[in-house]
Ligand binder design. Structure first.
Ligand SMILES: [Zn+2]
Length: 544
């Protein structure tokens, strides 16, 4: 244990010499302009956003390339070379945003305005989901280049198309470019800091370490077609109604995932009093919070396998009994339940040979480990200087592009290092999406320091950017910036297999410096589970 005391300080403590007020202003300006680039999806037009980011990078001499999976649907890749001691680290974001109508927004603060108002709020679709993250990731690349940070691993910036609709951008990148990108670790969206989540005055930073699995199925009932005037037992619609009723009566059992227990424990450690003591004890959490977690739809989704009937279809005419009628089901699965397990459960629950299930899409839940240097660095840096903040792991109920990367062995962590209220978080995909310049400045600082901690080598040597991609680009791809002559550059990913595990950091997420507050401090009531304990696992609308 005492060996830990001999560890060297994190590289960020040695290498961070950035003027943060200036860098924050620059990032806010960058975001403001990025928000003005129309990348509503549909139709997407992400190449516009990619070209914008490419120009920003080029201004610092960082070359990049854009790869399109369809005309106008481009994703951007850029790379700062390291010495190859460890596999590359990827800063991932999506360029597309969900559509917005300016009608519901304040005047001059519309979805494509990028307005920075008198209160220092930056307005626009994507201010949270997730052009803000794209902006601070791009700034992190600029700063690392400007500060000539010696890197022990390549730093890759990846901004992809079509996350919001069908993940086609990321799928294309994986198909065409992943060999070249070769990242072992990814920082992406998926988690966020929510103010006053468990306790008043306590900001909880949810770091998404995994995502629930997905099973989308069409449940199709069949029967004899006929005339609407004469109901006949066994017709398709009747079978479908019976099947849906059985699914509605299905009772799901709660599962307390280790990640959830750990997050509650972290919140409890920093709170103290009886509520804190309850949260610190898995047994008490199971005993006392079970009912409340199950009573709130948001938290229930975090602790159960859910089956949601999301749509119906059948004959179009009111006087026709169709031979088939169907319902769409969106099932979300906790780690440990495979899509096939859920399919079996659906069949057993419905128990009707005239009802069949057609799988539309399925992914198994996947998680990345918590005892990983990148997770540790995120958890440490995001609470630094905020004595009333804690960080903890969550399994997101929705999914992001990370769900495509974890099966490749990539350790992916979702954290937008911003602190917002629950109300502000709800503006993602809603009206009035905005973020404060203070959040941008601090978020940039957190991200930059995290990157230094896992990618910088204080004793190493700065290697100037040489240009990507390493091999001649395919025909559909073009250099976005006059990159250096092709060829040679990026060092093949170093052997050393997959994860640079076991580095330095202790097992529990830091944040550990603030002692638990003296007894009974503020909130004497039990932990407000129903008011959102576990909100972090909530279906944040930015995910699918
Ligand atoms: Zn998003």
């Amino acid at each position: 244990m005492s060996g830990a005391l001999l560890q060297e300080p994190p590289p960020s403590q040695v290498l961070d010499t950035v003027d943060w007020s200036q860098a924050g202003d620059e990032a806010a300006g960058l975001l403001s302009e990025y928000l003005r680039v129309d990348t509503f999806n549909p139709p997407g037009n992400e190449t516009r956003g990619a070209e914008f980011l490419a120009a920003v990078l080029a201004s610092q001499g960082i070359p990049s390339s854009i790869s399109e999976y369809a005309p106008g649907r481009g994703s951007l890749m850029a790379r700062l070379p390291g010495n190859g001691q460890e596999p590359p680290l990827c800063l991932l974001s999506h360029i597309d945003v969900v559509p917005a109508e300016s009608g519901g927004w304040p005047a001059h603060k519309g979805p494509l305005s990028g307005t920075i108002d008198d209160e220092g709020l930056i307005w626009g679709r994507g201010a949270l989901d997730m052009k803000s993250m794209g902006a601070i990731e791009t700034m992190t690349m600029l700063l690392a280049a400007r500060e000539k940070i010696p890197l022990k691993r390549d730093l890759v910036l990846l901004a992809v198309a079509d996350e919001e609709v069908s993940n086609a951008g990321m799928k294309h990148i994986i198909r065409e470019h992943w060999d070249q990108i070769g990242c072992s670790h990814v920082i992406n969206e998926g988690g966020l800091g929510i103010r006053d989540l468990f306790f008043e005055d306590q900001t909880f930073y949810a770091i998404s370490v995994g995502e629930k699995g997905v099973l989308w199925v069409r449940m199709i009932a069949s029967g004899e077609p006929g005339h609407g005037s004469t109901p006949i037992p066994g017709q398709a619609t009747e079978r479908l109604i019976a099947a849906v009723n059985k699914l509605q009566k299905r009772r799901a059992r709660p599962h307390f995932l280790p990640s959830m227990l750990e997050s509650l424990r972290q919140a409890g450690i920093h709170h103290g009093g009886i509520p804190g003591a309850v949260l610190r004890s898995p047994a008490l959490v199971r005993l006392l919070l079970r009912g409340r977690l199950m009573a709130d739809p948001l938290t229930r989704a975090a602790v159960t396998n859910t089956v949601n009937v999301t749509g119906f279809g059948g004959a179009a005419e009111p006087n026709v009994v169709g031979g088939e009628a169907w319902a769409n089901l969106d099932c979300r699965l906790l780690p440990g339940t495979r899509p096939q397990d859920m399919l079996d459960e659906l069949k057993a629950t419905v128990d009707d040979p005239n009802v069949r299930f057609q799988v539309i899409q399925s992914h198994e839940a996947a998680q990345s480990p918590r005892d990983d240097p990148l997770y540790q660095a995120l958890a440490r840096n995001v609470v630094q200087g905020q004595p009333r903040a804690v960080a903890g792991p969550v399994i997101s109920v929705g999914f992001t592009d990370s769900i495509l990367l974890r099966p490749l062995g990539v350790h992916a962590y979702g954290l937008e290092p911003f602190a917002v209220t629950r109300e502000e978080a709800a503006t993602m995909h809603g009206n009035d999406e905005r973020i404060s310049t203070a959040n941008i400045t601090r978020g940039l600082q957190v991200l930059y320091r995290t990157v230094l901690d896992v990618a910088a080598d204080p004793k190493g040597q700065w290697l100037p950017p040489k240009g990507v991609p390493a091999s001649p680009p395919p025909a559909h791809e073009r250099a976005a910036t006059p990159a250096t002559p092709e060829g040679a550059d990026t060092p093949a990913t170093p052997e050393g297999a997959d994860t640079p595990e076991g580095a330095a950091t202790p097992a529990t997420p830091e944040a550990a410096d603030t002692p638990a507050t003296p007894e009974g401090a503020d909130t004497p009531s039990p932990p407000p589970a129903s008011s959102g304990a576990e909100q972090p696992q909530e279906p944040s609308p930015r995910e699918q």
